[in-house]
Write a protein that binds this ligand. Structure first.
Ligand code: ADE
Length: 493
């Protein structure tokens, strides 16, 4: 009798191991999961179950196979995530859910069928040993690849920067997993509206005590939300001169759809706002111009590496779409109209946004409709036209010889506010008018160089214009010379 008990225990062990193998082998099959705080309430069926906790906000549900990579995150402060592979294994968030736990019922089944199986034991024994060895390997594999339970933070609350850095350095893609984005977005309190326009509204919000910017898209501009969300989630765009992305979220409220884009908040607001009430000295002007050009170079450049990016043209560059940072640099925002190009993969993705760029900033070839829309280079050239206009806006607000000009929009002197396409076309294409450059600019080494750059951004012929890289290099050289000059001055003194 004792031998039978030992034998049945051995068999139970063997079969529970077999069960592990089956759990691992049946990865293709569907599991039932608890579903909470996501679109499916109650239960769902999917490839595996997940649970995610972001600051006590629990989300449970199912991932499809192609969402699996969201499971593979490393220790992140304040974010707990786990995936598991058995029915309803995500029911409990406090106890780590092990993907390979044999269920008790299986053991019971095994115990019930033991008497029958005893008869087969000799023939099965060999198979059992082989299975056991194999299952142990798979068990180890699953434990190595299943996401570990996230460590409880030892310090204070994390910032979104901490969370982002953890995800980015964990190599899990270009940004936060969608569920973490959604959870974070739903923890934001909107504080004050800082901008309003045809596009919708921009709010300052707070997340865990930190300010964030929330752009709420108007329903008619939903394509811009889709495009910007797509780009930020698929392209590695972290750059000091590109507005930092945090999360995108789509919610349904009173049967209407709310589209949010959450980004870093810059309290100085847009370059347009900033220039209304601020003036610059030539060094500050150079710093701003160089930062905008650097952001544009980053967008325009395809980077070929594992952490690379396709080339992107903005198509709506203007002072309202540039934000001013506390360090005197700027960052470029609003990728809702951007086009993506990869020479290496030979594709051009112009999106399907019915929106067009801002008429005031449109290049001549856009206004006379001669632009070659099938060639990526064309879009970069229109960005350069607009870059020249932004540099012009900045230089107007720069003191040289004690002289500064009032803030004005480009072409303020020749078109009304909200100009029509035809009005712009007449000025830019027919009359070939260009913004005036004040004489004072020519008497300063920095401003005269920027004036020359502007003129070369405004050539009628798109291919004659400077590239963003050339603009950045010229400005960077000025910056360097200025540093050397300052250094020399210090040493001489
Ligand atoms: N206006 C538009 N976007 C903004 C941001 N990210 N921060 C501050 N003001 C803004």
């Amino acid at each position: 009798m004792e031998a039978a008990v030992v034998l049945s225990l051995l068999l139970a062990l063997t079969f529970s191991r077999v069960n592990i193998v089956l759990t691992a082998q049946s990865e293709e099959s569907q599991v039932q999961c608890v579903c909470e705080n996501t679109q499916c309430e109650g239960t769902c069926q999917g490839y595996n179950c997940f649970f995610i906790v972001v600051h006590d906000h629990v989300t449970r549900g199912c991932f499809e196979k192609d969402q699996r990579e969201q499971c593979y995150v490393s220790g992140i402060h304040g974010v707990y995530t786990n995936c598991c592979y058995t029915n309803f294994c995500n029911a409990n968030t406090t106890v780590p859910t092990k993907p390979v736990d044999p269920s008790e019922s299986d053991s019971v089944v095994v115990l019930v069928v033991v008497p029958l199986l005893v008869l087969l034991v000799l023939s099965v024994g060999l198979c059992g040993v082989v299975q056991w060895l194999r299952s142990r390997r798979q068990h180890q594999h699953l434990q190595e690849h299943a996401p570990p339970m996230i460590k409880v933070p030892s310090g204070g609350d994390p910032t979104y920067g901490d969370i982002f850095d953890e995800f980015c350095t964990s190599g899990s893609g270009t940004g936060l997993p969608y569920l973490v984005q959604r959870t974070m977005a739903r923890q934001i309190s909107l504080v004050e509206c800082v901008g309003k326009g045809r596009y919708g509204e921009v709010w300052r919000g707070t997340w865990m005590g930190e300010s964030v910017a929330v752009k709420i898209f108007s329903s008619r501009d939903e394509q811009s939300w889709f495009r910007e969300t797509e780009i930020y989630n698929t392209v590695q765009l972290r750059h000091e001169n590109i507005l930092g992305f945090i999360a995108s979220d789509m919610t349904s409220k009173n049967s209407s759809t709310q589209l949010w884009l959450v980004t870093h908040f810059h309290e100085l607001g847009s370059l347009y706002d900033f220039l209304q009430y601020s003036t610059l000295d030539p060094e500050g002007c150079l710093r701003m111009c160089l930062s905008v050009a650097s952001g544009l170079v980053h967008l325009h450049t395809e980077i070929l590496s594992t952490q690379g990016k396709p080339a992107i043209a903005h198509r709506d560059l203007k002072s309202r779409n540039i934000l001013v940072k506390r360090n005197g640099q700027c960052c470029i925002a609003d990728l809702g109209l951007a086009v993506i190009h990869s020479q290496s993969s030979d594709y051009l993705d112009v999106g399907n946004n019915p929106r067009v760029g801002t008429k005031r900033y449109m290049a001549p070839e856009v206004l006379d409709e001669s632009i070659r829309v099938d060639i990526f280079e064309s879009y970069k050239q229109t960005d350069i036209w607009a870059l020249g206009l932004v540099l012009w806006e900045i230089t107007r607000r720069t003191f040289v010889n004690g002289i500064v000009e009032e803030y004005r929009l480009p072409f303020f002197d020749v078109v009304p506010s909200d100009p029509s396409f035809e009005e712009m076309k007449k000025v830019v294409c027919v009359d070939q008018y260009r913004p005036c450059l004040h004489n004072r600019l020519h008497s300063h080494p920095i401003l005269s160089t920027i004036a020359k750059i502007m003129k070369e951004c405004w050539f009628q012929s798109p291919s004659a214009r400077l590239t963003a890289l050339r603009v950045r290099k010229t400005l960077a050289k000025l910056d360097q010379d200025q540093d050397i000059g300052t250094y020399k001055l210090k040493v001489d003194v």
